[in-house]
Design a protein around this ligand. Structure first.
Ligand SMILES: O=C([O-])CC(=O)C(=O)O
Ligand SMILES: [Mg+2]
Length: 237
């Protein structure tokens, strides 16, 4: 029986990754991991960072919230450990300001590396100042209440992606990617190979070599019918 979007539940345990794995994932970054994961795993592009230049990877602690109600954040904080990242999904679309610097302070004190949510957040200036990394659908000061149960650590759909507690969630300036726990090792290996390959290409491009030649693109472009002319006058009408 799936617990997807079931309310009124807190699961106390989740599978977690080694600190070194999370560090490597954060270094690889969202674009590389998405490619290494067969171009899967990306949350919708409306999820944006409130800061710039920060890359984070963590074990997903999921929070299912009712629109306009941030009660479950306080329940979630207690379940968090160092290296976790909070992933928040409302049961139906809501951009209220569920989260701000006070909750961030609480999460930071437990070693949580950031928050990703299909929600609104507030206190964005203070969040940047305190270095707590946040990715959200919008910044909106609208306050929320504490009346309705949601859940902590049940599977949720966040900005188009299924997130199961313990999945690796990686976020940077390019967006957010979710890698299911069991696939992290394989994706990480592919990402390492891809980074080595890109580094070799980067060196060749730095020295002025053309992508056209590095990738041997000329025959395929010709096959598709691409033609070169010395001047516009030479193009037959
Ligand atoms: O407390 C709230 O409702 C959200 C907030 O602004 C904070 O965490 O600072
Ligand atoms: Mg606040």
């Amino acid at each position: 029986m799936t617990l997807l979007n079931r309310k009124g539940i807190v699961i106390r345990t989740l599978p977690r990754h080694e600190e070194s794995t999370l560090r490597q994932l954060a270094t690889a970054g969202v674009a590389t991991l998405h490619e290494a994961f067969d171009r899967q795993g990306l949350m919708a592009p409306y999820i944006r960072p409130v800061q710039q230049g920060i890359s984070r990877a963590g074990n997903a602690v999921t929070v299912l919230v009712t629109p306009g109600d941030n009660w479950m954040f306080h329940v979630a904080v207690e379940q968090c450990r160092p290296g976790d990242i909070l992933v928040v999904a409302p049961t139906s679309p809501c951009g209220d300001g569920f989260f701000g610097d006070l909750l961030a302070t609480s999460l930071q004190s437990r070693g949580v590396v950031g928050l990703v949510g299909d929600i609104g957040i507030r206190d964005s200036h203070t969040l940047r100042e305190m270095g707590f990394a946040v990715w959200s659908r919008q910044v909106y000061a609208q306050g929320t209440v504490k009346e309705t149960l949601g859940s902590v650590n049940v599977p949720v759909i966040c900005a188009g992606q299924l997130v199961t507690p313990g999945d690796a969630v990686v976020a940077d300036d390019d967006g957010v990617v979710v890698i299911p726990h069991a696939q992290v090792r394989a994706v990480q290996a592919k990402a390492e190979a891809r980074m080595a390959n890109e580094e070799a290409k980067r060196l060749r491009m730095q020295s002025g070599e053309l992508g056209l030649d590095i990738y041997a693109m000329r025959p395929r472009l010709a096959e598709k019918g691409l033609r070169y002319y010395d001047s516009a006058d030479d193009v037959e009408i």
